[in-house]
Design a protein around this ligand. Structure first.
Ligand SMILES: [Zn+2]
Length: 110
């Protein structure tokens, strides 16, 4: 039986530990992970497009974590350069690209 499956999947697509980042809570340097997450829409587990992405800062020393939107004004400057860039992994759009490219190639080769 064929089950039409679609929905959204959240994933962590990048994790870095910059040496010059200072934790907003315990103020230790280089202990914070910059984790980047995204949520993509899939059809039959083939990713079509990303519609949400965010950055989370997690300190391994004091176990505090903070979302991009919850950062206070003064901490925003510290974390600014580690923020999520608008460049997202291309594979999260593979279904969308295939939906354009396959008919296009078919049309050209016809
Ligand atoms: Zn900390």
């Amino acid at each position: 039986m064929f089950i039409f499956n679609f929905g959204s999947i959240p994933i962590k697509y990048d994790s870095k530990r910059p040496q010059d980042i200072i934790c907003h809570n315990c103020e230790h340097k280089g202990q914070t992970f910059v984790d980047k997450y995204l949520k993509y829409f899939h059809i039959l587990y083939i990713p079509f497009f990303t519609y949400k992405y965010w950055t989370k800062y997690e300190c391994v020393r004091c176990n505090s974590s903070v979302d991009e939107k919850d950062i206070s004004k003064e901490n925003q400057q510290i974390y600014e350069k580690f923020k999520t860039k608008k460049i997202l992994p291309i594979w999260t759009f593979s279904g969308f690209l295939a939906a354009i490219l396959i008919p296009l190639i078919y049309h050209i080769l016809k």
